[in-house]
Design a protein around this ligand. Structure first.
Ligand SMILES: NC(=O)c1ccc[n+]([C@@H]2O[C@H](COP(=O)([O-])OP(=O)(O)OC[C@H]3O[C@@H](n4cnc5c(N)ncnc54)[C@H](O)[C@@H]3O)[C@@H](O)[C@H]2O)c1
Length: 313
């Protein structure tokens, strides 16, 4: 197995720029590819801004920023991006044919032992692996947005993935500061998005029913269970509460929980009216002009501080 420090990240968008930043911060040499210069430049600007936030939060020294940026080279040539890489991560759009074509090009130019990782959120690993010739060197590493900050990475191997490579990638994820979780079985939505979807479904159901306003529903999580979850997960929380209590709670509440098999009508009507969230200035909440960038900066600062706190324990 090749283990040089050359990494390729394909796609410099929301996820790719953060993944590239992570590797660069850990001393890897990163080739960041996108389809045109405008896209790679956008990715670079986001990395520069994020590194500044890391420095402002005391997570890195300001005078290390240039060195980290020097570890990143931008390219619009896939061949240049992957030919020397030992690990290639694709963070390209969630379109199956596009990913298959990308895998073909990667395998045409990559070295014979390069490890290929996909950041897919929704495709099953076995479906993606159909587009890969060397399946033993292919895995999913599913990062969370913002990838450079949120610690979790879910790792999903396909049936032919080499156990040695799976262990090696778990190790690399720890080296770049992540908390890897290895799935024993392929499952749509992996672990985190399934749990998150169950909660969001119930939150939208409560909002739709007029049980409380949006702010109250959000506060019920951020000041309640969400406050605990950064350190104690839902299963350990159950142990703390007492399994006898939780058995009663689940027996009493389960019949009343929302179990719809599609998104609620409230979401349909918001989407149809172009209330798509921060990107259109309004979704469940309103986002007046200029408030989006302020909120994003604030969110990233809060996450960085939480990250710092988590590292202390
Ligand atoms: N956004 C999220 O919160 C999130 C979280 C986890 C996983 N993901 C997954 O990560 C992947 C990327 O999502 P994103 O949110 O970064 O998307 P994005 O649209 O922000 O970025 C995708 C980038 O890929 C580039 N691209 C287009 N065609 C390409 C090609 N043929 N080869 C390489 N790059 C190409 C685009 O120019 C763009 O810059 C998807 O598979 C998505 O499901 C997204």
């Amino acid at each position: 197995m090749q283990s040089n420090k050359n990494i390729a990240v394909l796609g410099a968008g929301t996820m790719g720029h953060g993944i590239a930043q992570l590797y660069a911060m850990s001393g890897y040499q990163v080739m960041l590819y996108d389809i045109d210069d405008a896209a790679t430049q956008r990715g670079l600007v986001q990395i520069q801004t994020s590194l500044q936030h890391f420095a402002d939060s005391g997570l890195i020294e300001k005078d290390t920023i240039q060195g980290i940026l020097n570890n990143i080279q931008l390219t619009t040539s896939i061949q240049e991006a992957v030919s020397k890489a030992s690990i290639i991560t694709e963070a390209a759009p969630e379109i199956l044919d596009l990913k298959y074509k990308l895998f073909q090009t990667i395998e045409a130019f990559a070295s014979k032992d390069a490890i290929i990782l996909s950041n897919t959120s929704s495709f099953a690993v076995e479906v993606l692996a159909q587009g890969i010739q060397h399946k033993n060197r292919f895995l999913i590493t599913h990062f969370f947005n913002p990838a450079q900050i949120v610690p979790l990475v879910e790792i999903v191997a396909n049936q032919e993935s080499s156990p040695e490579i799976v262990s090696y990638i778990e190790h690399v994820m720890r080296v770049i500061g992540k908390e890897p979780v290895l799935l024993q079985k392929d499952k749509p939505g992996f672990i985190a998005n399934r749990l998150q979807a169950a909660l969001v479904r119930e939150a939208l159901h409560l909002l739709n029913e007029g049980v409380a306003d949006a702010k109250s529903i959000d506060t019920a999580i951020t000041a309640g269970p969400g406050f605990r979850w950064a350190f104690i997960g839902p299963l350990e929380t159950t142990d703390f509460g007492g399994l006898d209590i939780w058995r009663n709670v689940l027996n009493n509440l389960s019949p009343t929980l929302n179990n719809a098999d599609k998104a609620p009508e409230l979401l349909d009507s918001l989407v149809e009216n172009q209330h798509l969230g921060i990107k259109t200035g309004g979704g469940i909440y309103d986002y007046p002009e200029n408030s989006v960038s302020q909120k994003t900066v604030r969110r990233d600062r809060q996450f960085l501080l939480l990250n710092k706190l988590k590292k202390e324990f």
